[in-house]
Design a binder for this molecule. Structure first.
Ligand code: MCU
Length: 433
């Protein structure tokens, strides 16, 4: 990562010199890459989860700490973000442990991962597809085999890492018989849900890429997936700050959709169903499926955990089960954290698509996908910076909050490189194409 920082500093210096020479300062300010130094920078924050908290039928204030005081600076946000992380693990997803050791290899066709913790070990692997041209390349970890536009990812110059999430956190099991590499280490009765287990697998792949010396893949990494794999990609991006670009597609209930909103959105997959269909969410979430107002967090705060890193949320408004309005609620609520950090353009939301086919590869998303890869994984050009809701599934944040948005100052809390995009996302509800 030092290498990476050095490279960034040199590139930034050269670009700054060029910019002032040619008076191109606005174009230089398009640099949007943001990357933290470690999986979780706020690990030293002293977070104490209280025994109880107030119920709230609206989205909880991301900026009010557990002790009731409000965050007023960028530095304070780092530990507030850790509070959100701990509360979300505790009530929604289950814990994400840090293993004792990780090793593995990266070749041009495969990544192998070996992990040991608590005296147990396990391994899994993922396949790699490289784009044309000369590496090292950034990479997008693609969950599952459908929905993500892998040909656009490759043609944008990023490698595709085809990740079988079931190898790390399997579907189709009971809660007391969870299977996959994660549960080999932490036990079939672990209370951590499958989405977090899979996210842990993504973090271990990134550990191996970091250790690999960067001759094939560099350490710019994104993650994406559709539907159940969109749920997974969202959780992976929220709980690993090394992921520079998170792109959940049609993730629905248990994914991006704000839980309080899902409970009220007609036709959306009920929380009890998202909890019961697969052990996606942690066992603790069982206490909240009928009463999301009792949750101390909601998914807009997971969006906020990703800030100011790149985030492009894609939703399908034509299938009610997918709860696109609740996705928009979470995006709008979480975008307030991006704005507070002066990185409003680093989050995009798009549901204004014509084709209702679930997990279709859509031309509507090709350009913003390319822009996101360029801006966040390759450090060039502007991210899309748009919030475009389908008129049939638009959301209004003022119905969901009473809190206001502070100005916390720019920069990656606990990270190394400041975001330099300052414009807020353009919010539009345009007619269907
Ligand atoms: C949106 O993701 C899920 C949904 O939560 C499930 O209820 C349904 O069975 O499958 C969707 C999916 O993953 O489709 C590919």
């Amino acid at each position: 990562r030092h290498r990476r920082r050095l490279r960034f500093a040199l590139v930034a210096l050269a670009a700054a010199a060029l910019a002032s020479a040619l008076a191109l300062s606005t174009r230089f300010s398009a640099e949007a890459q943001v990357q933290a130094a470690s999986e979780w920078d706020g690990a030293n924050c002293d977070v104490r989860i209280p025994g109880s908290w107030a119920s709230n039928s609206l989205l909880p204030d991301p900026f009010t700490r557990i002790d009731g005081t409000r965050v007023t600076s960028r530095d304070q946000w780092e530990c507030r973000r850790s509070e959100i992380k701990e509360l979300a693990e505790h009530t929604v997803y289950g814990d994400k442990p840090r293993p004792d050791s990780v090793s593995g290899t990266v070749t041009s066709s495969r990544i192998t991962v070996n992990v040991s913790d608590n005296g147990r070990s396990t391994s899994f692997s993922a396949s790699v597809r490289l784009p044309s041209g000369t590496g090292p390349f950034p990479a997008v970890i693609v969950y599952g085999g459908f929905g993500a536009d892998t040909s656009t990812i490759l043609s944008s110059g990023a490698a595709v890492i085809d990740f079988d999430p079931g190898a790390v956190g399997a579907e189709g099991t009971g809660r007391n018989d969870k299977q996959g590499a994660f549960y080999t280490l932490y036990g079939a009765g672990s209370s951590t849900g499958v989405l977090m287990a899979q996210a842990w697998g993504v973090s271990r792949i990134i550990d191996v890429i970091e250790q690999s010396g960067g001759s094939i893949l560099n350490d710019s990494t994104g993650v994406t997936g559709c539907s159940r794999y969109g749920k997974g990609a969202f959780v992976a991006g929220a709980f690993d700050q090394r992921i520079e670009l998170t792109m959940p597609i049609e993730s629905g209930s248990g994914g991006v959709g704000a839980m309080r909103s899902i409970a009220q959105e007609s036709g959306a997959q009920p929380l009890s169903s998202a909890y019961g269909e697969q052990p996606w969410l942690g066992d603790a979430f069982g206490a909240y499926t009928g009463n999301p107002a009792a949750l101390p967090v909601d998914t807009h705060e997971l969006v906020g955990m990703i800030a100011p890193r790149g985030l492009f949320i894609m939703d399908n408004p034509h299938v009610e089960w997918l709860g696109a309005r609740s996705g928009a609620v979470a995006a709008l609520g979480g975008a307030e954290v991006y704005k507070a950090l002066g990185a409003g353009a680093n989050v995009s939301y798009h549901s204004n698509v014509a084709d209702g086919t679930h997990c279709a590869v859509r031309s509507d998303w090709r350009t913003p996908l390319q822009q996101s890869i360029n801006a966040f994984l390759k450090g060039s050009g502007n991210p899309p910076g748009v919030i475009t809701m389908h008129p049939s599934k638009s959301a209004n944040l003022s119905q969901w909050r009473t809190w206001t948005t502070p100005t916390l100052g720019t920069g990656d809390p606990g990270g190394t490189t400041p975001p330099e995009t300052t414009s807020p996302p353009t919010e539009t509800t345009s007619p269907p194409p």
